[in-house]
Design a protein. Structure first.
Length: 543
């Protein structure tokens, strides 16, 4: 049947039929509720899964005319993707052979009061795909992670058109995020808690920050960007986009606080808690301002989760949870304790946020600048008691130990050394060189080598400086957690219901491109082990 003989009434009637199919997608939780009235879906669907992408083209004559489809494979084995394509082709072929077109053309002549029973081919294509993926994922060999990272059930709901996904905000999958948790802490489960209403507020606030940044000069924007990033940020728009990119941050807090954060987001000091109607208390001191504090380091967030970034109380660590957040910083001002911003409830002029403790703490003054995305469940035991007992009370001591930014370069040291001390240091450098250059120069010919002289420490040596902190923290955070169980925390229901309607109740998270991600994590683990070996050899040489 050619398109030009279809009447306008026919096409409108078919739109209503396609709307019913979209309702079926939503009712079966294949599409989110927000897509129920999306008219763009009248022309087709795109379903993205970690292993593949399914694109279905319907058109104005669907469902009288069967749809077409296209499958793009990412990680499925050839026999699995081949079997899926054959099954989908058979579904479309069966519908072509059906009597739907005849029934549609003769519906006015029919004595039946029932409408034409359309097969909803698109829905059948998607359910068949989901069934195939579920069968494939049931094979433990594919999803089992042998590197100590948690394994997650993969979401079979559709992410097509969802611009608010956590992956797009943070650029990291749950596996990668768990790899940032130090090995001292065992990961049991990572729970997705992002909410649509909070995400919209987050996006609106990011847009407002964009307007603020547009009022800043190019020189002001450029000086707030790390030097290593400036070379590829030539234009003003590129700098603004870079500053608006959400940061992945962590917030350590107690279990009883989680329901309120999941339901309402973070609260500023003085805000009323919508659940209890009580005023949110002011953290003792708020050293860098009366804002919301988080950290780019999971290690720091867990170690200093108490008031005013004091060490986590040893009696409370077993109730500690780690919230993964997306935080828009914009222009961040580096502040210190000496600035005395304890009572300040807004950033300093020319900034949209603060950073403190040598970039270990991020502070925002608008609750919409920080979005809770996941809650990480940790397995606590008596082995952790000693760790929290030995935490230095002053966070600066922890920062100095875990970064290199506070170490004085040898050329800047004012310490007076005796001739004997100088000789011992020289011998230590000889020992260090012998360990790192064990085979000398040129072809390896055994373990013997001769060190003729040891030069002074070069200013080009990257054991100090502004950017070493980022490198060290990045290495130490590339540890993974361990496998565990999931789906057991009770406040999920409070985050599922919004205005009396079901919003989101998945107790699983998505894993994208699992194989390639594991390769990257394995590579990071090799780098971390190499760095640990280098540090150990260095310590032995200096001892």
């Amino acid at each position: 049947m050619a398109l030009d003989i279809w009447s306008e009434e026919d096409l409108i009637e078919l739109e209503f039929v396609r709307a019913k199919e979209i309702d079926a997608f939503v009712d079966q939780a294949i599409l989110p509720e927000t897509q129920r009235y999306n008219s763009d879906l009248y022309n087709g669907f795109t379903f993205k899964y970690p292993e593949m992408i399914l694109e279905i083209t319907t058109g104005t004559q669907y469902p009288v005319e069967p749809p077409s489809f296209d499958v793009t494979n990412s990680t499925l084995p050839r026999e699995v993707i081949g079997g899926l394509r054959e099954e989908l082709r058979q579904i479309v072929l069966d519908d072509r052979k059906s009597s739907i077109l005849y029934e549609w053309n003769h519906r006015a002549e029919s004595d039946s009061l029932e409408p034409v029973a359309f097969p909803f081919t698109a829905l059948r294509l998607v359910t068949a795909t989901i069934s195939r993926l579920q069968g494939f994922r049931a094979e433990a060999k594919y999803w089992r992670n042998s590197d100590g990272l948690p394994s997650y059930a993969k979401s079979l709901t559709n992410d097509a058109g969802d611009q608010d996904s956590i992956f797009e905000l943070l650029g990291k999958t749950p596996e990668h995020i768990c790899a940032l948790v130090p090995s001292e802490f065992k990961v049991l489960h990572i729970e997705k808690v992002v909410r649509g209403d909070l995400t919209k507020d987050f996006q609106s606030q990011t847009l407002r920050i964009r307007h603020q940044l547009n009022n800043f000069s190019n020189s002001h924007l450029r000086k707030t960007i790390l030097f290593k990033d400036r070379s590829h940020l030539k234009s003003r728009e590129a700098m603004i986009e870079h500053l608006l990119q959400p940061h992945l941050t962590f917030h350590g807090t107690q279990r009883y606080v989680i329901p309120s954060i999941v339901r309402n987001g973070f609260l500023l000091p003085g805000d009323l808690n919508p659940l209890s109607n009580n005023e949110h208390g002011i953290r003792c001191g708020n050293t860098y301002g009366r804002g919301i504090y988080s950290s780019p380091s999971a290690h720091f967030a867990l170690s200093y989760s108490s008031n005013d970034a004091t060490a986590t109380d040893i009696s409370k660590y077993d109730g500690l949870k780690l919230i993964v957040c997306a935080t828009t910083m914009g222009v961040a001002a580096n502040v210190s304790r000496a600035d005395n911003f304890r009572g300040r409830d807004h950033p300093i002029e020319g900034a949209t946020s603060h950073v403190g403790y040598s970039n270990m703490e991020y502070i925002v003054f608008n609750r919409a600048q920080i979005l809770p995305c996941y809650v990480i469940h940790l397995d606590w035991g008596h082995a952790h008691e000693e760790y929290f007992r030995q935490l230095p009370a002053n966070p600066w001591a922890w920062v100095a130990k875990h970064t290199k930014s506070h170490r004085t370069h040898p050329k800047l040291s004012t310490e007076v050394l005796s001739p004997g001390d100088k000789q011992r240091l020289k011998e230590a450098r000889f020992a260090k060189a012998a360990k790192y250059l064990g085979y000398g120069f040129g072809p390896a010919s055994g373990a013997a080598m001769v060190i003729e002289e040891v030069g002074e420490v070069s200013e080009d040596e990257e054991d100090f400086g502004e950017f070493q902190r980022d490198r060290v923290v990045g290495n130490e955070n590339e540890n993974g957690g361990e496998d565990g169980e999931k789906g057991f925390w009770e406040w999920q229901e409070e985050g599922e219901v919004e205005d009396g309607e079901f919003v989101e109740g998945n107790e699983y998270t998505e894993a994208r491109k699992a194989n390639s991600l594991l390769d990257r994590i394995k590579h990071g683990e090799k780098l971390r082990r190499a760095e640990e070996a280098r540090q150990r050899l260095k310590a032995e040489a200096l001892s």
